[in-house]
Design a protein around this ligand. Sequence first.
Ligand SMILES: NC(=O)c1ccc[n+]([C@@H]2O[C@H](COP(=O)([O-])OP(=O)(O)OC[C@H]3O[C@@H](n4cnc5c(N)ncnc54)[C@H](OP(=O)(O)O)[C@@H]3O)[C@@H](O)[C@H]2O)c1
Length: 259
Amino acid sequence: MSGRFEGKKAVVTGGTHGMGLAIVRGLLDGGAEVVVTGRNEKTLEEARTALKGTKSHVVRSDAASMADIAALADLVQQRIGLVDHLFVNHGYAHFSELAEVTEESWDRHFNVNAKGAFFTVQALDPLLTKGGSVVFTTVANDRVFPGMSAYSGSKEAVGAFAHVLAGEFLPRGIRVNSVAPGFIATPSMGMIGLTPEQRAEFVEEGNRATPMGRAGTSEEVAAAALFLAAEATFSTNVELAVDGGFAQGLSAEWAADSH
Ligand SMILES: NC(=O)c1ccc[n+]([C@@H]2O[C@H](COP(=O)([O-])OP(=O)(O)OC[C@H]3O[C@@H](n4cnc5c(N)ncnc54)[C@H](OP(=O)(O)O)[C@@H]3O)[C@@H](O)[C@H]2O)c1
C-alpha cells in the first residue's frame, strides 16, 4: 500500500526534536524524502542517529543567517530537487518579562522566528511545486502568557505574513496554513535553556492552564500540520489551533469542576 506522501519531497525547518521531528517522522512514514534543519550540533547529531536509514537529509542551517538560508536552498535543490511540502517550524523562545528584554534578545526572537521564516519561504519559493503546501508553526497567541511578549510578537508577525503569502501563492495552487500550538510537552517546551525542574514546572503550568487538563504531544501537533499539508486540499490561509482549548475562550476551571 502506498503512503500518503509517496514520491513527495519535503523540507522541515527545526525538525531535529519535538514537534518538528514528529512531522519529519510522519512524512518519512508516509513515504516522503525530507530535508531537515536545525542549528545545534548535538541535537542535529541525535536526529541523524534517530533517522538513520531513512530518506532524510539532516543539515545544519541557522534560520537567522541569510547566508545559511541561501545555502539551504542550494542544498535542497541538489538533494531533492523540488519541494511539495514546506514546514517552517523552527522557533526560538526565551522567557523574559518587559524589563528583562534586551535589544539582543528582541533581535534574536525576530531574526530567528520572523525574518528566518519569511526568507526561508522566499528562498525555497522557486522550488515549491504547483499544488504544494506551506505550513507554519505559530503559537496560541489569542491568549496572553506573561513573559512571552517578544516571542509572541515575532510569531504574530509570522501569522500576519502567512496570510498575505496565502494570497500570493493562490495562482500557483500552493496552500499556506499554520498550526498554532498551546502547551506542548516537547523536550524544550519550546523554550531555550530550561532546567529539567523548570521544564517540569512548565508542563505542570500547561496542565493547569489548559482546559483539556494536560499539555499536548508533539504527535498531536504533527498530525494537524500533516493534515493541513496533505489532506486539507480545500483549505488555505487557516490557522489551526492545537491547544486543548487554551486560547479558545474555555476556562480550565470548568474542566476542573467536572472532575
Ligand atoms: N513546545 C511548545 O509548547 C510550543 C508552543 C507553541 C509554539 N511552539 C513553537 O513550535 C515550534 C516547535 O517547538 P518545539 O517545542 O518542538 O521545539 P523548539 O525547542 O522550539 O525547537 C524547534 C526547532 O527549532 C530549531 N531551531 C531553533 N533555533 C534555530 C535556528 N536559529 N535555526 C534553525 N533551527 C533552529 C531547533 O533546532 P536545534 O535545537 O538543533 O537548534 C529545533 O529543531 C517552534 O516554532 C516553537 O516556537 C512551541
